[in-house]
Design a protein around this ligand. Structure first.
Ligand SMILES: Nc1ncnc2c1ncn2[C@@H]1O[C@H](COP(=O)(O)OP(=O)(O)O)[C@@H](O)[C@H]1O
Ligand SMILES: [Mg+2]
Length: 256
C-alpha cells in the first residue's frame, strides 16, 4: 500500500466473516512472502484460535501490551509460516478495554503501539470485534485502510451508512486519513447475487470499491475452524482457500 500498511477488516455485523477474512488474508499474504502481523483485537479471540497458534501456547497477548505489562515485541508470537506473526487476544482484553474506554484519547493507543513495529512488516492486519465499542474504534483508529467484509444475507445499507459515520467520527476525532480499501463479499454464490444485493440495497455507488474476488459459501471454512487451522493448511485447493489467495493478490496489486 502506498501510504500506510495497517488494514482493519471491518463490517460491524457479527457473522459477516471478519475473523475468517483476517486469518485467511494474513495467511495468504504470507504465502506470497509478504511479512505480516495479524493483530487479534477481539476478546472472543477467534483469529487467535483459528490461526492455530492457541495450540502452540504463548505467554502474553494484546491485553498485556495495552495494560503496559510488556512491550509489543515481547507479545508477538511467531507461527509456522515464516512470514506470519500474530499478536494474540483472549478474554483478558475485555476488562483492559473497559478501563481504557473511559478516556477518548485512549482510542489511539493501538495506533501508537503499532507505530513502534510498523517498519518490520509489509502489512499489519487487524481483526476487530463486531460492536461499536472501544476496541472497534481503537482498531479503526490504528488503521490506514479498512476492508469491509460484506455478506448479502446479513448486511444492509443501514449497516454501511453506520460504518461511514464511524469512519467520519474517527477521522475527525483522531485526525487520521482512514480510507476504505475495498469491499469483500463473503458467503456468495455468484457475481449476479452481489450485483442484485447492491441494487436492492441502493449501494450501486460503492461498486468501484467491490473486489473482483468474492469468497464463496464453502463448508471447508467451518471444517478448518473446527480443526483450528487456516484454510491453506486444511485444504489449499478448496474454493474458499483459492478465493482468499486471489483476494490477497488483488490486495497487493491494488495498493502498490
Ligand atoms: N465463506 C464462508 N463459508 C461458509 N461459512 C462461513 C464463511 N465465512 C464465514 N462463515 C461462517 O460464519 C461464521 C462467522 O464468521 P466470522 O469470521 O466469525 O464473522 P465475524 O468475525 O464478522 O463475526 C464462521 O464461524 C463460519 O462458520
Ligand atoms: Mg470476528
Amino acid at each position: 500500500m502506498a501510504m500506510g500498511k495497517v488494514l482493519t477488516i471491518s463490517g460491524q455485523k457479527g457473522g459477516s466473516g471478519k475473523s475468517v477474512t483476517a486469518v485467511n488474508l494474513a495467511v495468504s499474504l504470507a504465502v506470497y512472502k509478504k511479512k505480516i502481523l495479524l493483530v487479534d483485537c477481539d476478546p472472543q479471540g477467534s483469529a487467535t484460535q483459528w490461526s492455530g497458534i492457541k495450540a502452540l501456547g504463548y505467554p502474553f497477548d494484546l491485553a498485556s501490551v495495552l495494560s503496559g505489562r510488556v512491550t509489543i515485541i515481547e507479545a508477538i508470537v511467531k507461527t509456522e509460516f515464516k512470514c506470519l506473526d500474530i499478536l494474540p487476544a483472549g478474554f483478558d482484553l475485555f476488562s483492559v478495554a473497559s478501563k481504557l474506554a473511559r478516556t477518548v484519547s485512549n482510542e489511539k493507543i493501538l495506533r501508537l503501539f503499532l507505530e513502534d513495529i510498523e517498519a518490520d512488516y509489509d502489512y499489519i492486519i487487524i481483526d476487530p470485534p463486531s460492536s461499536y465499542g472501544f476496541l472497534s474504534v481503537a482498531a479503526l483508529t490504528a488503521a490506514d485502510w479498512l476492508s469491509i467484509a460484506m455478506c448479502p444475507r446479513y448486511n444492509s445499507v443501514e449497516d454501511f451508512r453506520c460504518l461511514l459515520q464511524l469512519i467520519k467520527y474517527i477521522r475527525d476525532t483522531h485526525e487520521t486519513t482512514l480510507k476504505i480499501a475495498n469491499i469483500l463479499f463473503n458467503r456468495c454464490k455468484t457475481n449476479m447475487e452481489i450485483n442484485q444485493f447492491l441494487a436492492d440495497q441502493n449501494l450501486l455507488e460503492t461498486k468501484d470499491l467491490v473486489c473482483h474476488t468474492f469468497i464463496p459459501e464453502d463448508e471447508t471454512v467451518k471444517k478448518a475452524i473446527d480443526k483450528k487451522i487456516p484454510l491453506a493448511l486444511y485444504d489449499v485447493k478448496s474454493p474458499a482457500s483459492s478465493a482468499y489467495l486471489s483476494f490477497a493478490k488483488e490486495m497487493v496489486l491494488g495498493f502498490k
